[in-house]
Design a protein around this ligand. Structure first.
Ligand code: F6R
Length: 603
């Protein structure tokens, strides 16, 4: 999705804006732009479609003065991908400029009204109405004009506005789209993503819903006084290092991200998990008998694994829904229900809408997110952070395994509040503690998976199958393959095959079967036989030591043995690597797949 950065301070703004934009490239974009105010000359103004790297040689030759400016990466929603539609957008006189994330739903009415009043529009975007509205209300004080303008907006926005007629300030406002202020030494930044500011400062403060902030070279002012907090990670965490892609780096980082997600949370000898973020609602949690897990994409698949965990170990009826569906459902939640929203970014628009709906009905709201102080973290009653470190690759990998781990910790907490025995609790806790090491072992399959990727890379279709805990992993494996390599892939519950999907199978059709040695292993073998009988080429993910499977399938990837409920954390590793290597072998842009964005902040 779109990225915003603004700068005000003692240094030249342009290099900082440029490096901030580059750090947000991973979010996906199709055009970009800058505007920097210069007290001696006309502002520097540059907008272009395409990749920043292509324009960079030209940009670096430009002499850009000025210590106040803003910049933007656009992911088109309203209006085509053109230079003109890129941000910033200007008012009629070219004094005021706006960068914007989100969607202004009433932009048509506003545009017509402003046009009747004589304003001249040049782009097809919804954003341009904001620049003209600010112009309409501007009488020398930019923050007053912005405050008045946002009162007319319906929809979502995170904006940063500057004006050459009130040049010593940035004005930022948010409703529905995240914005944070980075507090540096003699400088301030405003951004939609902490990655954009982390090389300048680690002190950040997120704007709350509806807040407007004025930032001058000396200070920042928000309606409500609040203290900034420290970002947990460093600038190196948002760099690739020696890896060719962020995605591979993040896959390989999983032993340490999982260790961080577990730190201080297990008491193995007592068979318990302690989740500080849930302490305040411990008593309410004891009373709930229904859990609604609501999320999008990969995070929803983590929820589907948790459905099995919560039902098996805590005896809680659990329902999992896509946030985009849940928000329009007449749900039957009651006071004995809790909603658990799961989101890496904590800013996904549909997930936030579902959360707010549940909250307005007095339901206990819980969250799992990787981003400290994100909107989700601030709006849930209680929750757990992943502490997996920043995830830059658009396709979620280490955040997913961390979500699975945190959900297993939650299952343990909820189970021990109910019927789960001390002995079983100890087994789960001990196995969870081993997870980072087991993942380290699972990652050793990488060279073998790379070879297999060469064999399968020219496929047009693939089918992924699994049962029980690994049914969601089949869906996640297929999603990874689709989004990265653009190969059509479907994940199915293996038992559903013969209810339709098997009609697709013919000689050589690639099928990826996740069949660890668990309670449904034999059922999976029967499904594999059905596929083999119809000529499918089967690649199986199996448990180390299983020799039988080699006689049945075409290719095998082994994973270490673990408790059934935790196998997804291991079985997804080869799925991530397989999608990565197939996509890389097909020459795809692995970190920035087409049409996708890292954080989906619009409905
Ligand atoms: C797929 C992927 C997406 C996200 C989804 C939710 O690899 O990353 O499906 O999982 O967009 O994002 P968050 O977790 O930020 O709410």
């Amino acid at each position: 999705m779109c990225g915003i950065i603004g700068y005000i301070g003692v240094k030249p703004a342009f290099p900082i804006l440029l490096s901030g934009l580059k750090r947000m490239e991973y979010r996906g974009y199709d055009s970009f732009g800058f505007r920097v105010l210069d007290s001696d000359n006309e502002p520097f103004f540059y907008k272009k479609t395409g990749k920043i790297s292509l324009a960079e040689p030209e940009l670096l030759t430009m002499k850009v003065k000025g210590r106040v400016g803003h910049a933007h990466t656009r992911w088109a929603t309203h209006g085509q991908v053109t230079d003109c539609n890129a941000h910033p957008h200007l008012d009629c006189k070219g004094d005021i400029s706006v960068v914007h994330n989100g969607i202004i739903e009433n932009y048509k009415e506003l545009r017509e009204e402003l046009q009747r009043e004589g304003h001249k529009f040049v782009s097809q975007t919804d954003t341009e109405v904001i620049a003209h509205l600010v112009e309409k209300f501007f009488d020398g004080n930019l923050e007053c004009a912005v405050k008045k303008a946002v009162g007319f907006l319906r929809g979502t926005y995170g904006i940063v506005v500057i004006s050459k007629n009130d040049p010593d300030k940035l004005v930022a406002a948010r409703s529905g789209s995240p914005l944070l202020i980075g507090v540096g030494e003699n400088e301030f930044l405003v951004a939609s993503d902490p990655a954009a500011v982390v090389s300048s400062t680690k002190k950040v403060l997120y704007l709350n819903e509806g807040e407007v902030a004025t930032i001058t070279p000396e200070n920042y002012f928000i309606f409500t006084e609040r203290q900034p907090h420290e970002i947990e990670w460093s600038a190196e965490d948002v760099e690739k290092g020696t890896y060719p892609h962020f995605m591979l780096k993040e896959i390989m980082e999983q032993p340490s991200s999982l260790k961080n997600s577990l730190r201080g949370r297990l008491i193995v000898e007592e068979g318990r998990a302690q989740l500080g973020g849930l302490k305040s609602v411990e008593e309410r949690l004891r009373d709930i008998d229904k859990m609604y897990i609501v999320a999008c994409g990969t995070a929803r698949y983590a929820g589907l694994v948790a459905e099995y965990m919560f039902e098996e170990y805590a005896g809680i009826t659990t329902k999992v829904d896509a946030a985009s569906e849940f928000r329009y459902r007449k749900s039957t939640m009651d006071r004995k229900s809790a909603i658990l929203v799961v989101s890496q970014s904590g800013e996904t628009a549909d997930t936030l809408a579902a959360l707010r709906d549940a909250k307005s009905r007095g339901i206990l709201t819980l969250g799992i997110t990787n981003v400290v102080d994100s909107t989700q973290a601030r709006e849930t009653d209680a929750g757990v952070y992943n502490h997996a470190g920043p995830e830059i690759g658009v396709a979620s990998t280490k955040a997913f395994t961390s979500q699975l781990e945190v959900l297993a910790l939650m299952a343990l907490c909820l189970g021990r509040q109910r019927q789960l025995s001390n002995v079983m609790g100890q087994r789960i806790a001990a196995e969870l503690e081993r997870m980072p090491d087991l993942v380290e072992l699972a990652l050793k399959c990488a060279p073998h998976v790379k070879e297999l990727a060469e064999k399968y890379k020219d496929s047009e279709n693939m089918i992924y199958l699994g049962r029980k805990y690994n049914n969601p992993i089949a869906m996640e494996g297929a999603l990874k393959m689709k989004e990265l390599s653009y190969i059509h892939a479907e994940g199915v519950a293996a038992g559903e095959l013969k209810h339709g999907m098997i009609a697709l199978i013919e000689n050589g059709f690639p099928a990826i079967a996740i069949c660890p040695s668990d309670s449904v292993y034999e059922k999976m073998i029967s499904n594999i036989m059905e596929l083999k009988a119809r000529g499918a080429r089967v690649l199986a993910v199996a448990t180390e030591g299983n020799e039988e499977i080699v006689q049945i399938v075409d290719d095998v990837i082994y994973i270490p043995k673990t408790l059934e409920m935790l196998t997804p954390i291991l079985s997804v590793i080869p799925m991530q690597l397989f999608a990565y290597y197939v996509a890389a072998a097909r020459g795809c842009d692995v970190d920035k797949p087409r049409n996708l964005a890292k954080s989906v902040t619009v409905e």
